[in-house]
Design a protein around this ligand. Sequence first.
Ligand code: NDP
Length: 255
Amino acid sequence: MTSKLFDLTGRTALVTGSSRGLGRAIAQGLGDAGARLVLNGRTEKPVATVAEEMRKAGYQVSEAAFDVTSEAAVRNAFERLDGEGLEVDILVNNAGIQHRQPIVELSFADWQRVIDTNLTSAFLVGREAARRMIPRGHGKIINIGSLTSEVARATVVPYTAAKGGVKLLTKGMAAEWAKFGIQANAIGPGYMLTDMNEALVNNPQFDGWVKSRTPAGRWGEPQELVGTAVFLASSASDYVNGQIIYVDGGMLSVL
Ligand code: NDP
């Protein structure tokens, strides 16, 4: 009973930014639950390398390297998937970047790059996926927000603005697409151990701040997002829509 509820056999999951970090862990977790995977990153080589490793480990994997900020690249990628007969049942909009700089020093180009990669991408990829999910009458969209979907932090303002936008984009997707059998929800990770935070983990002051301000007393491991992702990708969450689930070791509760 329980295993059936979370079983993703026969489903295809596209995870953007799955060449490393949280995206890779989420993809692997969805694969462990039975999904066929479509891996993505900006460029072909890292995606091909991860895909090969995962195939050797027994996962069913296809590759779709494309820039999630390019409308044309996103459209072409979905047309290629159509051509290969791959129907995306589960989309995880995970690709993202971080940029640290005070607002008054921030260039317009950097503002735009951060907004495009963290927010506009979820619209572009989500729109292509939903255009195909709607006629099929089912689909699961999981947008990766952040605890900064809820609170702003100095020096990462375009990032927090984008992640705040991800929260309401998710609710908007749910509002428009629920009637077509699509659920759109978000995950808001706290401070996780990935390349994105390498400099912060190695900064004793920041590392100490994270550990002292997180009730769990530590950084999160990428695998700790998997349970929430599988839940939101599975039929167990069919009546959950427009929500953001924070996976942050309790940090938001005490910030
Ligand atoms: P990483 O930097 O480790 O990985 C980012 C991934 O996104 C890479 O696969 C990268 O591909 C891909 N990517 C970046 N830009 C693009 C693009 N334009 N087109 C396609 N792929 C792209 O990040 P994390 O794993 O840490 O973060 C994943 C998500 O989780 C992000 O949305 C992030 O904001 C969010 N998050 C992370 C937290 C953390 O503590 N780590 C906390 C809260 C949220 P490539 O290899 O080609 O660069």
